[in-house]
Design a protein around this ligand. Structure first.
Ligand code: R5P
Length: 309
């Protein structure tokens, strides 16, 4: 792994450090700071000529700063003659606007893909894209990992009685079905209606949850409204306990307090997005080893596909 160098911006340094620990490597030397007016300043502090460079940067809060840092870092690297640059984006933001579902709206998932490639990314490693077809927004290789193996191992270790996996909306059904299959449990679906970007109403439940431990699975939690509405429906339908697991804890807009006060028994998240202090109900699982293993396999040019399960 000597020719493999790993760098990070400021978005999620703890995750980058964990990945490096798993790989037995030091983080590459780079200074990512700000000019007085807020512009981003980047200086790579070591030679990267001919190296296989991985830049770890979740595009999480502050989203626009994180994306811009990644773009400026990519530009710095492409001008320093590495052999290849892979952008490792554990959380890919702006992904929810992935199609023109109304007149005169942007497709930001495609815009971000264009920006990453224009800035110098030659390969992307990411996790649980909001819509898997975003891979096709790139004309460079994209390795799309799932956090499911990490979350499922944890759920198995809880030995739940009579679990049922719940999709909190129609968009999450595929993910929920994969979890249900691997946990040999049943599936239920909540019918969610969205009145605006941050306002949802869940009314109907498809499936039986009475007396079951219900586990809602989703790719991300932002305001928490989707999960909280689904939890109400599940408890009204006599679920004995409700858990939620999600890959990307965006947790915007007071979501932490709202989720903590809700009827949820546990909120299981991963570390694609960092959070300092969270209430006891939150369990953080690390995807560092999964990402580290993928980086190793990409660098050594061995198969990554066995990680895509
Ligand atoms: C929806 O399509 C997503 O999978 C999430 O359910 C949604 O984005 C979560 O948003 P919020 O937490 O704001 O309801």
């Amino acid at each position: 792994m000597n020719n493999c160098l790993i760098f990070t911006g400021n978005a999620n340094r703890p995750l980058a450090e964990k990945i490096c620990r798993f790989l037995g490597k030091q983080l590459g030397k780079i200074e990512v700071s700000r000019f007085n007016d807020g512009e981003i300043s980047v200086k790579i502090e070591e030679n990267v000529r001919g190296k296989d460079v991985f830049i770890i940067q979740s595009t999480c809060h502050p989203v626009n700063e994180s994306i811009m840092e990644l773009l400026v870092m990519l530009d710095a690297f492409r001008r320093a003659s590495p052999k290849r640059i892979t952008a490792v984006v554990p959380y890919y933001a702006y992904a929810r606007q992935d199609r023109k579902d109304r007149p005169r709206v942007p497709i930001t998932a495609k815009l971000v893909a264009n920006l990453l490639v224009a800035a110098g990314a030659q390969r992307i490693l990411t996790m649980d894209l909001h819509a898997p077809q975003i891979q096709g927004f790139f004309d460079i290789p994209v390795d799309h990992l799932f956090a499911a193996p990490v979350i499922i191992n944890y759920l198995k270790s809880k030995n739940m009685k009579n679990p049922v996996i719940v999709a909190p909306d129609v968009g999450s059904v595929k993910m929920a079905r994969a979890f249900a299959k691997r946990l040999s449990s049943r599936l239920a679906i909540v019918d969610k209606r969205r009145d605006g970007p941050d306002s949802v109403e869940a009314t109907h439940l498809i499936g039986e949850v009475s007396g079951c431990e219900a586990i809602i699975v989703d790719d991300l939690i932002s305001t928490g409204n989707t999960v909280i509405e689904a939890t109400k429906v599940l408890l009204e339908n006599n679920a004995s306990k409700v858990f939620v697991s999600c890959t990307h804890p965006v947790l915007s807009n007071g979501a932490i307090e709202k989720l903590n006060r809700s009827g949820l028994s546990e909120i299981i998240i991963t570390d694609t997005i960092p959070h300092n202090i969270l209430p006891e109900k939150f369990t953080i699982l690390s995807v560092a080893e999964l990402l580290g293993e993928a980086i190793k396999r990409i660098h050594l040019e061995t198969s990554v596909s066995s990680l895509f399960i």
